[in-house]
Design a protein around this ligand. Sequence first.
Ligand code: ASP
Length: 458
Amino acid sequence: MKVIKFGGSSLANSQQIKKVFQIVQADSDRRIVVVSAPGKRHSDDEKVTDLLIQLATSQIEGKYNEAVLEVILERYQEIYDELQLNSDVMNNIRQHFATLKESNLEPAYLMDAYKASGEDNNAKLIADYFTKEGLPAKYISPKEANLFVSDTPGNAQVLEEAYKELEYLQLEKDIIVFPGFFGVTKDGKVVTFSRGGSDITGSILANAVSAEEYENFTDVDAIFVASPKLVHKPIGIDVLSYTEMRELSYAGFSVFHTEALLPAIKKGIPVHVCNTNNPSAKGTYIMKGKVNSPSIISGIASSSGFVSVYIQKYLMNHEIGFLRKTLQLFEDEGVSVEHIPTGIDDATIIIRGEDATDEILDRIVHRLKVELNADEAHYERGLCLIMLVGEGMVSMVGTTARVASTLAREQINIELYNQGVSEVSMMFGIREEYEKRAIQALYDEFFGEEVEYEVVDK
Ligand code: ASP
C-alpha cells in the first residue's frame, strides 16, 4: 500500500480536489490520503492556515475577528458547493468554530486547535467527496487513531508509541483520509507540528503501516538540480539519496523539511515527490542509502545571508583551547555556529545573519580582541554558501578544480571552501551579489549537456 500526501496548493479549491480524486483513483494501492489545509488559489491569495492564525490571534488578544472567520468559512463553503456535496459537513465545520470561540484553552493550545482545524475540516470535505464519487472513503482523525505527540505546541514531536497505535490503519477497507499537521498529546490535547508539518504526518503513517512508498504530491514536476529562481528551466533530479537531500536542503532547497521525511526514510520507504498538476511527470525519488546517479553532482543549492567572523592570531595552532574559548563567546551570546573553516593562524566562524545583530557581533569581536588577544578580528555580512552535492563525487577526481575554474571564468572570488570527509558535498563561500551568476555557471558546467540533449530530443 502507498501513503499519499497532498500539499495545500493541491487542495486549494474544488478543481484541485477533483485532480486529487483522479490521482487517488488511478492506483488501488493508494490507501491512505494525508491532506493539508487549502493553500493559495493564486499568488496573492491567503493560505487557510495563515487565516486561522489571524483568527486565533484575534481571539487570544480579546478582539475576535468575525470578518476573518467569514473568509475561512467561505473557503470551505466554496469547496463544498462546487463539489456538490450533500452532507452535514458544513454544519459540522461551523459548529467546530463556534466551539473554539467559546473555548477556554490556554493560548498556545487554542492557537494549535485553530491551526489544526485547517487540515481537519478539509479532510472531512474530501472524504465526503470521494465517497460521493464512488470511492468509499473514511475520515480518521489523529485523535481516533492515537497519533500521539509531545506536549510542545507548535512544534510537536511524534512519540515512539504512536507507530504501534497507527499500525491498524493498514487493515481499513475504505480509503482513509487523514488530516496532516497535528497529533494529540497523551492527555488528548491537539498539538501541531512545525509549519509545513503535513509532510511529517504522511511520513509517520508511511512508517506505521510499512507502506511500499510515500508519495508526496506538490506543485512541481520534480526536485530540480538547481533553484528555478536562479537558473532558467533547470532539469529535474530522478533519484536522490536521503543524505544528498539533507545536504541540499541545508543550503536552501525548500521542497521539504528533511526531518519530515525521517520516519519514512528510517524504515527504508522511498519517498516519491510528484506533481498534482502533472501526475505523469517522473517526479523525484528520495531513498535511503547511496544511489547511483548518472552525474557526479546531484544538485546545487545556495543560501545567502551568512556572516563570516574572521579571527587571526599568530601561532593560533599552538595555543591549546583557543577554538574552544572562541566558540564559548558565541555560546555566551546564544549564537549558533554553522561552519568553522580554519587556517594555521586564522579561523573563520560562519553563522547565519539572522542569528546575530550587529550589536552582538561587535561584542564578540571586542571580546576576541580583549579576552583572547586575537591579532585581528572582524566580521562581514553578505556571504553566500553554495553546496554541490552528489554521492558520486567520492569516486571522481577533479570536481573541485571544475568548480574553481568555472567561478574563475566568471571572475567570482571564492572566499572559503569546505569539503566534508564523506565527500557527499562541497561548500563554497562567495559574496552574495554573485549568487545568481555563480549558480547559473555551475549549472551550465555540470548539467549543460543534458539541457542541450533535452532540447534536441524534442
Ligand atoms: N497547513 C500547514 C501549513 O501551512 C501545514 C502544511 O500545509 O503542511 O504550515
